[in-house]
Design a protein around this ligand. Sequence first.
Ligand code: ADP
Ligand code: ZN
Length: 760
Amino acid sequence: MTSRQQSPEDLFASQEAFPSGNPPREERCRVLLPLPVEEPYDYLAPLDPNGLAMGLVPGALVEVPVGPRKLTGVVWFEKTRTGKGEAYALSRLRSVLSVRDVPPLTEELMKTIEWVADYTLAPLGAVLKMALSVPAAFAPEKGLQQLRLSDAFDSSVKLTDARRKVVSVLQKGGGWSPGDLAREAGVSPSVVKGLEKTAVLTRYEEQSEPAFPLPDLSMTGPTLSPDQDSAARSIVAALDEEGFRPILLDGVTGSGKTEVYFEAMFRAFEKQKQVLVLLPEIALSAQWLGRFKSRFGVEPAQWHSDLTPSQRRKTWRAVASGRAPVVIGARSALFLPFPDLGLIVVDEEHESSFKQEDGVHYHGRDMAVVRAKEAGIAIVMASATPALETITNAQNGRYEHLVLPGRHGGAGLPDVGLVDLRVDKPPREGRAAAFLSPTLREAVRQTLDAGEQAMLFLNRRGYAPLTLCRTCGHRFQCPHCATWLVEHRQWGRLQCHHCGYQVARPETCPSCEAEDTLVPCGPGVERIAEEAALLFPESRLALMTSDSLTSPAMTRTMVERVQSGDVNLLIGTQVVAKGYHFPDLTLVGVVDADLGLFGGDPRAAERTFQLMHQVAGRAGRAEKKGRVLLQTHDPDQAVMQALASGDRDRFLAEEADNRSRGGLPPYGRMVALIVSGADPQALDDFCLKLRRKAPEGQDYRVLGPVPAPIAMLRGKHRRRFLLQARRSVPVQGLVRQWLDLEKIPSSIRVTVDVDPYSFF
Ligand code: ADP
Ligand code: ZN
């Protein structure tokens, strides 16, 4: 099929438009469009005098007419999936308009796309859309005009509101085309034009064919310890053997997993192969980028949702033409059109944020394994707390298992203590509720007195998760969702974390009109910060949450403030749990370790273990010994005991046992169906019909319909079905057949989630 081309120049060969005049003959070709369609459509492909469809190798990007529009699709395999539609007569087909100026997609990527569609039950075209996510990249824009903030820009200068909006977009960094800039800032193009006449903006030309610099292979990493060295050698050997090699790199935080896979990346660069590194959160990337740069001397290409349109275009094109040797990205980077991928790294592979929960419901780690398999390359999955799925694959030999036993340099793992909140009760000061126990307060005080840093962790944004009226009991609920509104005191607002609805916090109760009667219930991080500020008035306290760190630049600034010691008491949500290295942080206090254990998630205990372990891993990363205190109402439960004893493998064994007895993943399969609609009666009627057609068999069962835990979301009522099956059951086929039996009314939506990770 598509051959691996040698150089970028070859990749762009065969891209000329068709010669003018009538093509000699035509034949049918199949073009898959980036639309929610299950199948490629037939088009006419002009033939050259030798009878070959010109430029139309499978994978070629072509522009075709779709109704009144023109769209870019991909010439698909000849035989693929059983077509449902009848074949149209040649005379009724429309012609391909042109071949786009981009190298064809590789067979490997096309097969991955088919695999993902089959597995997730998503329309094939919807999966392709993820690979063709930057239509602006399909045409060369020679000498693209770009605007950036000029070096002479003085931020104290007075600007109109509209101009200020433009400047704040530019302050994110990067170059912008004038049109993109106006759109992003929400101003008219004339505002941008006007600014161009001032000293605020600089105009420059983007180089015509974007490229990212090659890693500097003359630089060397640290001398690896014997354990690290042997792990690195195993991965390099896997790379050299060429072929699909899935590897679990399993080591505590700080054991040097990153240094080890850097060596593997080095080898891939030597072989002039492209490398993809998937990270769970963009928040992590600032620190990761710094480490990459000090190891390889250059900045890698990045792929995440915060890129400007011209950065996206540049990166997509550079990847496609083989001019991006390495991409670090969020899960969607998986669908980039690498022509010559040689290695994939999935760091923090256990993170559930690799699972995409809208559009195509796919798991980034699992589909990365699929891509590695189709490409015939090595994939390294790194974690201190591997997912049970991954550990199981390692234990049964499907994945190679490399273990780094200790922290680098002999730094010890932190001591983990449990604080029993039933006896070690947070003392109330007057009427104000308190959430920090005497033990935790004392530990924070000692840490700060010793000149070290402490962190308080609570995985809940805002001030309080619920507000109620003390007089009449009124609770503030979202008008569009079956959820409580979360108070954000810093903005004086009540907010729905599901749909974004918000109102100002009223002075009087909207129900009984009593004044000064609203009380917050339960803590969010802002409330913990308030308590800590009262208890430790001399501390230098900072909040780290997704509300306070809204850009990579702000995150970087905050990380620097913590690293420089400017902050000594850090209070945060899960954004602080991720991979940061704060050498003077010696105490981590978890305000509510039980928080993730509620709800119907079969992975709740595993996730709590992973999150607590990761948070705990922030403590004592350098010479000083770290200490962790977990506040819990039930210190006897298995997950708390495992955290206190540090016996991960025993916990995993017990967890494996529980899950295999319950037929839960990874020992059984699950598919969730979320059925939603605005009219609850119509929804329930439809769900009953669906229930009656539900497949029945020995090896599987269908549960539901039941109201989803969040029974209304954005004005739509929600019901859930769950198909639970033995591993051997081909669940996709069952669900496909089931849904084919019952026509879905246009007012109702059925979302299929294979291997669900969220249960709301
Ligand atoms: P992990 O990815 O397992 O959390 P890292 O690779 O981030 O571990 O290593 C933790 C810290 O120890 C980093 O600052 C890293 O540079 C350092 N480190 C790891 N291995 C070595 C080594 N062999 N020599 C020097 N420093 C090392
Ligand atoms: Zn809402």
